[in-house]
Design a protein around this ligand. Sequence first.
Ligand code: ADP
Ligand code: MG
Length: 475
Amino acid sequence: MTITAESVWVKCLSFIQDNVTSQAYKTWFEPIKAIKLTDNALSIQVPSKFFYEWLEEHYVNLLKVSLTKELGEKAKLVYIIKMENGTTSKQPYTEKIPSSHRGNISEQEVETPIKHKSPELKNPFIIPGIRNVKIDSQLNPNYSFENFLEGDSNRLARNAGIAVSNKPGGTSFNPLLIFGGVGLGKTHLAHAIGVEVKEKFPEKTVLYISAEKFTQQYIESVKKNNRNDFIHFYQIIDVLIVDDIQLLSGKAGTQDVFFHIFNHLHQNGKQVILTSDKAPVDMQDIEQRLLSRFKWGLSAELQQPDFETRISIIKNKLYRDGVDMPEDIIEYLANNVKTNIRELEGAIISLIAHSSFNKKDITIDLAKKIVENYVKNTKKEISIDYIQKVVSDYFQMDVETLQSKTRKRHIVQARQLAMFFAKKLTKASLASIGSQIGKRDHATVLHACKTVNNLSSTDKQFKKFVEDLNKKLTN
Ligand code: ADP
Ligand code: MG
């Protein structure tokens, strides 16, 4: 019986098949074609350079053993990489690379220098290098757990994230879906998990990618006719983080490919982390089979941070930037930028920048101006400014009059009412209220609150003011 490349390879395959999972066999060995056998060298054709690197990294020993069994100690393996972009020529380019592994199989001289340009790397995240496949995680080290302050609004998500990073793929939080509104920390938390995994398990392959970029890569791979490389690339990741998956909505092709990648990773105990600006039930135009998988693990919501958490986030940021800021301004910011942590940070940065460029102290007036620029929808929330406006309107005066130093009785009363409601309806401190309502001190505010309480139990007319204003402010 004559020995052919094919017959040798068939025997190697049956040995390999017994030694790897059926999934790995399907992914990495079925696509290989035996091309040529000369002396003791078997040439096999692989679909891509990436494929070759992967085999070398993970299966070189297995290949070596199987081949040695068939061809003896002098066995050699030659990879032929099938080139996929044949724009100038219809016939597939090939490139020969001797196995880089030291040992019998690979100690072969380098073949004739490669004439064609080396094949394009199929995925931009692969750092070129033949011996090791290294994937740049695309993680931002500043987005760590340490910098992600805990509060009621994020406790579940944050702790689930920590659990996942201690045991990627090994908890029931797979996938972990983090959802919540804009600027509430989804991207930060997703990175933090990746950063922590890398720290604890440096050998694990972690990849952060936005759904948008994932979609672009996919479209590109279809254009270049290397969809399989695209899929293979993602199937080797240990911890895959896909940010903003709501962006996959309506993109059937991308959803389909993601579905296959997801299944492969999940079946192989790999961790998937997803973020979305909506809960799974509210996602539109995402295939049902994909949605149902999103629900397999844990969906954890990031909510709007409460006052205390906002204060700690501000203080932490100031501390890291080495900036001092008066307490009443910190409170002002926390009280007025509530729904978006990114805006909160933006306001702080802008405030610091203004004050340092203009060599001015950080004042409450500056803070107000900046907050106005940063926060679009404060109207519905009760701010001290809003209270002053409502009270002034009610007494048909303008805010400046309300804040003025005059001792005219009706103006003093209006000012005291504004202070009273500020204390009642916001979390600002007495000092902060005072500095915002006509630059008074905390004792004045305290006195105002007492006066309003007293008057409303003794003076019917005054009591009506309080009731009317309360209605206007809380409706
Ligand atoms: P999202 O992806 O939900 O839109 P990001 O993750 O981009 O939000 O967060 C916006 C900003 O807020 C980032 O700069 C992030 O560092 C910061 N941030 C969010 N949550 C926290 C937190 N709990 N502690 C500290 N900073 C936070
Ligand atoms: Mg984000």
